[in-house]
Design a protein around this ligand. Structure first.
Ligand code: ZNH
Length: 141
């Protein structure tokens, strides 16, 4: 669970990287496909090569979903409910993949935040991604 301090840190650092919102998701996804090629099997209909429009556009959707959740940290569950149905019933994404994507987002945050990517900030983001993963997995049976 995110403490009040964690929430502040996530929101403040997200504000710092927000000017790059268009690119953050795509950067994380490119890393995901490069470092964990098995994740590509969920996107057979996409062009997954570097600089692909598909990756960029899908990255933007993911980043916008995170943006919505970050604006409602007191109600992450309610904010992402529509995605938990989609991922559990339609996409059937294996939950381990949420952790892999979170790792990739951490690297992207580290690159953009530099010195501001401090241990307390890392911990706050770690908690945030766990919450998001929990919500997206909660409909699985
Ligand atoms: Zn996911 C889709 C978000 C993770 C896979 N996604 C999606 C979308 C969104 C998201 C927003 C769109 C929807 C609509 O259209 O409506 N995701 C998300 C988030 C996360 C995720 C936030 C975390 C953080 N996913 C994930 C993973 C995977 C996935 C990990 C695997 C690997 N997704 C997916 C798919 C899809 C999606 C496959 C569909 C795509 C298309 O378009 O086709």
């Amino acid at each position: 669970v995110l403490s009040a301090e964690d929430r502040k840190l996530v929101q403040a650092t997200w504000c710092k990287v927000a000017p790059h919102l268009d690119d953050l998701g795509g950067e994380a996804l490119s890393r995901l496909f490069l470092c964990y090629p098995q994740t590509k099997t969920y996107f057979p209909h996409f062009n997954l090569s570097a600089d692909s429009k598909d990756v960029h556009q899908h990255g933007l959707k993911v980043a916008k979903a995170l943006d919505g959740a970050i604006k409602h940290l007191d109600n992450i569950r309610g904010n992402l409910a529509y995605l938990s149905d989609l991922h559990a019933y339609n996409l059937r994404v294996d939950p381990v993949n949420f952790e892999l994507l979170a790792k990739c987002f951490h690297v992207v945050l580290a690159i953009h935040l530099g010195k501001d990517y401090s241990p307390t900030v890392i911990l706050a983001w770690d908690k945030f991604f766990h919450c998001v993963g929990d919500v997206l997995c909660e409909k699985y049976r």
